[in-house]
Ligand binder design. Structure first.
Ligand code: PRP
Length: 192
């Protein structure tokens, strides 16, 4: 088990504080509420990375007057990075949503979009199920190395072109629980 000290030693710098992230989530919630005013909404968090953003977003939406009439929070679990800092290029579904999305207004909630393959996979998977509407919300956009162009309807913050961790994002399953977004020290990487 890694200790708090080893976490601190691994962090180069904070990129976005918890307060900045909270403000971005609130902005995203306002935009989503405006587009789904008094309409039912399904939020699908993409695990594991989106575990915090989908939770915080769902709670922020609940506090907005004239927001969605009802909100279902669901999850799908996919992975393409495994324990590596580099994408395998192949998206694997580990767990599907548990509620039907046919006829629903759906917002896919992602922590980050990098090469775009994960979001493209999810969009085409969900489009086949004929939702009433389908949009994507991404907290951290990292647009520098897209392998596919994929529409993102709501963007929270622009990630720098670095490997980032925290607020759901991991390196070898560690650092997800940091409440801020951080850059790791090069020495923290166990691979080249
Ligand atoms: C990360 C992240 C996104 C995806 C984005 O998930 O949470 O879902 O990669 O990358 P892409 O745009 O390059 O496809 P990952 O596969 O690492 O799984 P995890 O969420 O369980 O960490």
């Amino acid at each position: 088990m890694k200790t708090r000290e080893s976490y601190d030693g691994a962090i180069e710098r904070t990129l976005f504080t918890a307060k900045e992230i909270d403000a971005a989530v609130q902005r995203l919630a306002n935009q989503i509420a405006e587009d789904h005013c008094r309409q039912p909404l399904t939020l699908v968090g993409v695990l594991k990375g989106a575990l915090y953003v989908v939770t915080d977003l769902a709670r922020a939406l609940a506090a907005i007057p004239d927001g969605p009439s009802e909100i279902i929070v669901d999850y799908i679990c996919v992975s393409s990075y495994g324990n590596s800092a580099r994408s395998s290029g192949e998206v694997r579904m580990l767990k599907d949503v548990s509620e039907p999305i046919t006829g629903r207004n759906v917002v896919i909630v992602e922590d980050i979009v990098d090469n775009g393959l994960t979001l493209q996979y999810l969009r085409s998977l969900f489009e086949e199920r004929r939702p009433a509407s389908l949009r994507a919300c991404v907290l951290f956009d990292k647009p520098y190395h897209r392998r596919v162009e994929v529409p993102v309807d709501y963007v929270g913050l622009q990630s720098p072109d670095q490997f980032v961790v925290g607020y759901g994002l991991d390196y070898q399953e560690l650092f997800r629980n940091l409440p801020y977004l951080a850059q790791l020290r090069p020495a923290a990487f166990k691979e080249g």
